[in-house]
Ligand binder design. Structure first.
Ligand code: AFP
Length: 349
């Protein structure tokens, strides 16, 4: 039955209302909606997430213009606490996260993959009860080749005064995180986060300069075709991991995808399903990835989306670090695919 002018107008108004409502669902508003509260704590967490969004916008702007600017890409000539050659974008992004939290009263301590010890913002201490843990640029090897990159973040409540600056309270399991997520610098810039109430994605609308809600309560498929691993390390792996890779090579329906930036690979798997692996090697059984800045935040998020994250033997969120820059092997993604890898590690098949 043809629509009457009135009903047509109504549906147009509905559609306009819906898109307007979505366009107004900014990150800070969404956090308050999630918390269903305007309490000081809720306001703080909303403001905190908004500052993380600001850091993402600043880094995205720099990346989008990097090829047109002098001295933005390439190496600094320094080596960081991880023993890796530092990229200029690593330093810029690390400073951006520190700058956006100055004069915020929110975060007293920032712990980053790029800094040996946490950075303290005196004017925020002791009132700032939160600690931000982050990997400012995930996938640094992609910075100079215009490929996708990410930033990974995690928020924890500070326990005790940390008067000796050793940040001992951060050496606790991943269940202590109150929020976590990543920013993906790809064709569009996206921010995906959780405050332990589902996983939600936002897309940066450059014309508004706002992260706008894209999808709520994202659920990872229980199984997917993608396996993501650097097969260049094949001969350095334990036999059980090699057996798993031989299994996916001879089994119909699997496809390999590996970008060099874990955030990009994890985002693909969140949407399409599958598994990402960075196993330990015979030389380095603990692998390459950092627990507090990379694997624990992504494990917190993926578990909220219905997936799993393990070292192959224990859940990543149960791992208690002995040092700030501790590394862990990582197998993360869809429940069935992580269980398949585990079956090779734990039972050899
Ligand atoms: P960088 O940030 O140092 O490039 O490391 C990126 C990363 O932590 C993760 O994003 C990648 O999946 C993985 O390391 C790439 O490591 P390989 O180059 O050894 O595969």
């Amino acid at each position: 039955m043809a629509k009457t002018p009135e009903s047509l107008e109504l549906s147009i108004n509905d559609a306009t209302d819906r898109s307007l409502d979505r366009d107004c669902t900014t990150l800070s508003r969404h956090v308050l909606q999630q918390l269903q509260s305007f309490s000081p704590d809720a306001q703080d967490l909303s403001a905190l997430m908004n500052r993380i969004g600001l850091a993402g916008k600043l880094i995205a702007r720099r990346l989008s213009r990097a090829g047109l600017m002098e001295g933005v890409l390439g190496f600094t000539g320094e080596v960081n606490v991880q023993g890796e050659s530092v990229k200029k974008m690593d330093v810029y992004a690390n400073d951006v996260f520190i700058s956006v939290f100055k004069q915020s009263g929110l975060v007293c301590r920032l712990a980053s993959e790029e800094m040996e010890q946490p950075y303290y913002i005196p004017e925020n201490c002791p009132i700032g009860r939160y600690t931000l843990l982050y990997d400012p640029i995930d996938g640094s090897s992609n910075t100079d080749t215009n490929l996708s990159l990410g930033s990974i973040f995690s928020i924890r409540q500070q326990e005790g005064t940390d008067s000796d600056g050793q940040a001992i309270d951060l050496l606790s399991n991943g269940h202590k995180q109150i929020a976590a997520g990543y920013i993906l610098y790809g064709p569009s810039t996206m921010l995906v986060y959780t405050i332990a109430n589902g996983v939600h994605s936002f897309t940066l609308d450059p014309s508004l300069g706002e992260f706008i809600l894209t999808e709520e309560n994202i659920k990872i498929p229980n199984h997917g075709p993608v396996y993501s691993v650097n097969e260049g390390n094949f001969w350095q792996w334990e036999e059980s991991i090699r057996e798993y890779i031989r299994y996916v090579h001879r089994t119909e329906g699997y496809t390999a995808r590996y970008s060099g930036a874990m955030v990009s690979d994890i985002h693909r798997i969140l949407v399409q399903g599958g598994v990402f692996l960075y196993p330990g090697t015979i030389q380095k059984p603990e692998g390459k990835l950092r627990l507090l800045y990379e694997t624990a935040p992504l494990a917190f998020l993926i578990e909220q989306a219905g997936g799993r994250a393990t070292t192959g033997l224990v859940n990543i969120l149960d791992v208690v670090p002995k040092k700030l820059h501790q590394r862990t092997p990582l197998i993360i993604g869809s429940k069935e695919d992580v269980a398949k890898v585990e079956s090779f590690i734990q039972n050899g098949h």
